[in-house]
Design a protein around this ligand. Structure first.
Ligand code: SF4
Ligand code: SF4
Length: 380
């Protein structure tokens, strides 16, 4: 299936408009976090480690929609916490749909059957179900037995009611590529629209620190997974650009574009991105864009960014590369990410005593965040 044409067209028009107007720091998908409370405590979650009074807080409908208007991104993703715990979530979703923005409601699906009648199918609305693997792997990841079965039942229910449904999947270390390929095959067999996949970011506040993948491990894992997909002739559809998948497979060197996924929570606009939670907040979207010291963040620039390959940081970079190099992007879309040969070199480390000259393939002065365009293709 894949992303419907109406969404592809609207977003392509939006990006072109931003580029023609010379705006390089535009939002692509806003992350709206209306609460941090969750009914799970997953091993790799960096969002639920707050005191009880914070976990009890809820963003109002007015505040959520004001932030959506302020940012004006064409896509609004609602993670959390667990959004279905928020009693006003149907009004928030309805308000965003009324603005003709594409909403992805990210849920662990435990409460989906209970609340599904409060929502209406729409081309602007997608259930994005958290699913990290097949039964054993997913239940281990969310630290509770039976959640996989509930999530699969919820997917089937939502599809039977005519909703758009995707899964969002985070990969951690020690994941066997064959098992992930089996999982992707299974997920597609359910009839979902697509898969959103990302290596888990090593949150400092996550319950466990030994589960995260390093950059090289991530790239090797994704190459093995994509290799399995090619060998099996699997029909996986990803809800992400082909260039982002190529980046995951180690074929592209991108710096992140954190402004492409601005995050608004009960604390305000989070600097600089969805993943870093200790860098402060801006009171308005304008202040976020203008006051964040963007040059202090990114791979090789800030140690907290070392292992980051998350889609909220790099999908925007991949989209920029797609527009800058459409033929290259078309080739990757047709043939899939390259799964052997030399990987693109990582960005050089520029902080502390760790400057690693052997990784420097492009002048350090060019590794900034202007409009991205720092991709370097290796060995294609
Ligand atoms: S990862 Fe999602 S489902 Fe798991 S605890 Fe965090 S917010 Fe809840
Ligand atoms: S690399 Fe970019 S997106 Fe990732 S944590 Fe750092 S600033 Fe955020």
């Amino acid at each position: 299936m894949g992303i419907p044409l109406i969404q592809q067209t609207k977003i392509a028009r939006y990006i072109l408009g931003k580029k023609l107007s010379g705006n390089h720091r535009y939002p692509l998908a806003m992350m709206l976090e209306p609460l941090f409370q969750c009914n799970l405590a997953c091993v790799g979650c960096g969002k639920i480690d707050h005191p009880k009074d914070i976990l009890r807080k809820r963003m109002s409908v007015e505040d959520a929609l004001r932030a959506v208007d302020e940012c004006d991104a064409p896509v609004v993703s609602i993670p959390g916490g667990e959004p279905l715990i928020h009693k006003d979530m149907p009004q928030i979703v309805q308000g965003i749909i009324a603005r003709e923005k594409f909403v992805y409601l990210c849920t662990n699906a435990i409460l989906l059957a209970k609340h599904i009648d409060e929502y209406t199918p729409s081309p602007y609305f997608t259930w994005s179900i958290h699913l990290d693997g097949l039964q054993k792997r997913h239940d281990e990841s969310v630290c509770m037995e039976g959640v996989f079965d509930k999530a699969v039942a919820a997917i089937k229910l939502a599809l039977s009611r005519g909703y758009r449904v995707t899964i969002n999947c985070t990969l951690f270390n020690k994941e066997p590529p064959d098992e992930i390929a089996d999982f992707f095959d299974y997920a597609m067999s359910l009839g979902i629209e697509g898969i959103t996949v990302s290596p888990g970011y090593s949150y400092q506040h996550a319950p466990r620190q030994d589960v995260f993948l390093g950059r090289t491990e991530s790239k090797e894992l994704f190459r093995e997974i994509f290799k399995r997909g090619k060998e099996r002739k699997s029909k996986w559809v990803f809800n992400q650009s082909s260039m982002f998948l190529d980046f995951l497979a180690g074929n592209q060197r991108y710096q992140c574009t954190p402004w492409s996924n601005p995050t608004y929570s009960i604390f305000g606009w989070q600097k600089p991105c969805y993943l870093l939670v200790d860098e402060g907040y801006a009171p308005t979207y304008k202040a976020l864009v203008e006051e964040t010291q963007w040059e202090n963040y990114g791979v090789g620039i800030n140690p907290k960014c070392d292992n980051c390959m998350a889609h909220c940081g790099f999908e925007g970079s991949a989209v920029n590369d797609t527009f800058a190099n459409p033929l290259k992007a078309m080739r990757v879309a047709m043939f899939g990410p390259r799964t052997d040969g030399t990987m693109a070199p990582d960005l050089p480390v520029q902080y502390g005593d760790h400057v690693d000259a052997s990784t420097v393939r492009i002048p350090v002065s060019t590794i900034q965040h202007p409009g991205m365009d720092t991709s370097a293709e290796a060995g294609r």
